[in-house]
Ligand binder design. Structure first.
Ligand code: PLP
Length: 377
């Protein structure tokens, strides 16, 4: 079977497993605010979906996204998820023979897009307690040259859950400017940080912020995201985008409702996912050889190290899968460090997080005996 078929069958099986506990993709499984549900139903019943939405998004949504990010001067392009935003951005700004600098771990898809556009991908290792599991300013300065066309920074980082300070972001923006590079600031997880600083504030000419509705609002299956950048950059991205007929109307209505009411309900989501983090951190630290290197995480996830226990992350993932719980192996994110950890996503009902914790001792035992399946995604 072709690889795409195997991968699809794998995810199709997960999607069709009744009651699966999704602790692997950082998606948000809490019930939405009633206004979000009502907005979708109203748009559905009103038949709004018969028409195409405006090409760069409903004006109200564009304004609300700017407000949410505290970037009043930015221009906004609404996209079919952050991943489509990243595809469009990478296709436009990556160039053959130029360097695309990112971290290791980072998020893999933009690296594929950059390679497809002919760029050399440079991954700077950040999986190191001595540097706080973050890119350092010195590391980045030493890596960039006039041939650096793009710096791609996932901040807060998926999978590590670390987030840069304002001073660090300012310094990173200065480095990008010093070589004339574009700075893609992937802010998919920014809503889960105690404090987040968009680089666009310091380097408006060439910073591109990518934004997602999958994680904080829970619209992963409804595919909605955005890009925030200067009007010049949005003009370039809007010239020949992958989808120029407007993003899903129902999703945009849901997002507008979610942003309008966010202050009323999101603090509770934040609290609940931090509560889940605390429970998982406690359960992991009770097992010999397990540890939680970054806590509290500034994203809706935690990494749990298994390496000192002599366990393969894939074996632990397979053990949990037998129990209807999906978690993710480190190799999904990084070849270099992927044998060290699993990732657990925590914008999920407390009962799911507690089930993960309750199973952990027996799963750690089971993982020692399991045959690791060949196909893992
Ligand atoms: C760092 C990062 N960027 C972008 C995305 C894609 O987000 P979306 O669901 O909005 O396409 C993800 C999804 O996991 C991610 O982890």
């Amino acid at each position: 079977m072709r690889k795409f078929e195997t991968r699809n069958a794998y995810f199709d099986k997960l999607c069709n497993t009744p009651g699966l506990m999704w602790l692997g993709q950082n998606t948000n499984h809490f019930d939405p605010h009633p206004s979000v549900r009502e907005a979708v139903i109203e748009a559905l019943d009103g038949g709004e979906y018969h028409a195409y939405a405006p090409p760069v998004g409903f004006e109200e949504l564009r304004a609300l996204v700017k407000e949410d990010m505290g970037l009043p001067d930015a221009s906004v392009l609404v996209t079919d998820g952050a991943v489509e935003a990243l595809y469009n951005v990478c296709s436009n700004i990556c160039a053959p023979g130029t360097d695309f600098v990112t971290t290791d771990p980072s998020w893999a898809w933009p690296m594929h897009f950059a390679r497809k556009a002919g760029a050399n991908v440079i991954e700077l290792p950040i999986y190191d307690a001595a540097q706080g599991y973050k890119l350092t300013v010195e590391q980045l300065r030493a890596a960039v040259t006039p041939n650096t066309r793009v710096i791609y920074l996932v901040d807060p980082n998926n999978p590590l859950g670390t987030c840069h300070t304002e001073d660090e972001i300012r310094a990173i923006a200065d480095i990008a400017r010093s070589v004339g590079a574009y700075l893609i600031h992937d802010a998919t997880y920014c809503h889960f940080a105690d404090s987040f600083t968009p680089a666009l504030r310091f380097y408006p000419e060439k910073t591109i912020v990518t934004y997602s509705f999958s994680k904080w609002l829970g619209l992963a299956g409804m595919r909605l995201g955005a890009v925030l950048a200067s009007a010049d950059i949005i003009e370039m991205l809007a010239t020949a985008p992958p989808n120029n007929l407007g993003s899903n109307v129902l999703s945009q209505r849901a997002a507008i409702a979610g942003l309008r009411t966010k202050g009323d309900w999101f603090p509770e989501i934040f609290r609940r996912q931090r509560r889940n983090q605390a429970e998982v951190a406690r359960a992991a630290s009770a097992i010999a050889g397990f540890s939680v290197p970054v806590y509290p995480s500034q994203a809706n996830l935690l990494i749990v190290e298994t390496v000192e226990a002599g366990l393969r992350p894939e074996a632990l993932v397979a053990a949990y899968q037998e129990k209807g719980v999906m978690i993710r192996q480190g190799a999904y994110h990084t070849k270099r460090f992927g044998d060290r950890f699993v990732k657990v996503s925590l914008t999920v009902p407390e009962a799911w997080a507690d089930r993960f914790c309750e199973l952990l001792p027996s799963m750690a035992e089971r993982a020692r005996k399991i045959d690791v399946p060949a196909d893992f995604f």
